[in-house]
Design a protein around this ligand. Structure first.
Ligand SMILES: Nc1ncnc2c1ncn2[C@@H]1O[C@H](COP(=O)(O)OP(=O)(O)O)[C@@H](O)[C@H]1O
Ligand SMILES: O=c1ccn([C@@H]2O[C@H](COP(=O)(O)O)[C@@H](O)[C@H]2O)c(=O)[nH]1
Length: 208
């Protein structure tokens, strides 16, 4: 089997990574492209051993919060044509679920997450690196809306986490990776020309 083409979609929380990935992959499937999506979020380290009050103090925007070594192993396995079993993570409890999803190797693998380009172990595994360059104030507004409706947070907790870790870690780890990307996407998940460019690149390079 042809090696999978692995694409990283990175950028700040709320920058539009998920929407961009979902749109890209839906459209690739419509043209019969065999594509698998993996989320870096699934690889957050389990916090079960900590009290809830301690879990809430964890810095989830630092690279150490992720089990990048497991994600790297999974990407190497997929490159070798092997199946993987990826974990699932719950943002409300900050723990891994008792659930693994088995997936087989695909021709195209799209991985999305905030700190993919900050990991020296992951970087060599990506064939294409995309950075979502969205102003941080827009990201924050989107994050407030999502965290209140989907992740069981309050406005106060979102504001505190943003000041304490989300914003400083963005400046320390995420934004400095912008220059490592092959493609920088402005205007979030709805940037139609950027989607077309990446689709054309995938068609040309993944020998579909
Ligand atoms: N260009 C855009 N215009 C309007 N809304 C957008 C745009 N890009 C993303 N969104 C919305 O912003 C929110 C956050 O986007 P999402 O893709 O979940 O970000 P991320 O995965 O980077 O955290 C979602 O509700 C999404 O639908
Ligand atoms: O237990 C957790 C784990 C992560 N977070 C926050 O999630 C975002 C990353 O997710 P996106 O889907 O890219 O927005 C990150 O900024 C963490 O702060 C959390 O709050 N709790």
């Amino acid at each position: 089997m042809t090696l999978p083409h692995i694409i990283a979609i990175s950028g700040a929380s709320g920058s539009g990574k998920s929407l961009f990935t979902e749109t890209l992959c839906d459209e690739l499937r419509q043209i019969d492209t065999d594509v698998l999506v993996l989320c870096e979020d699934h690889y957050y380290r389990d916090q079960t051993h900590l009290e809830m009050s301690e879990r809430e103090k964890t810095n989830y925007d630092h690279p150490n919060a992720f089990e990048h070594e497991l994600l790297a192993q999974h990407l190497r396995d997929l490159k070798a044509g092997k199946s993987i079993q990826y974990p699932h993570y719950c943002f409300k409890t900050h723990t891994r679920l008792q659930k693994l999803t088995e997936v087989t190797a695909h021709r195209v693998v799209v991985v999305e997450g905030i700190l993919l380009l900050a990991s020296p172990e992951l970087m060599p595994l990506f064939d294409l690196k995309v950075y979502m360059d969205t102003p941080l104030d827009i990201c924050l507004l989107r994050r407030i809306q999502r965290d209140l409706t989907e992740r069981g947070r309050t406005l106060d907790s979102v504001a505190k986490q943003y000041e304490k870790t989300v914003k400083p870690m963005y400046h320390q780890f995420i934004q400095p990776c912008r220059h490592k990307a092959n493609i920088v996407v402005t205007q979030g998940g709805k940037n139609r020309p950027a989607l077309e460019v990446i689709k054309a690149h995938i068609r040309n390079t993944s020998k579909l």
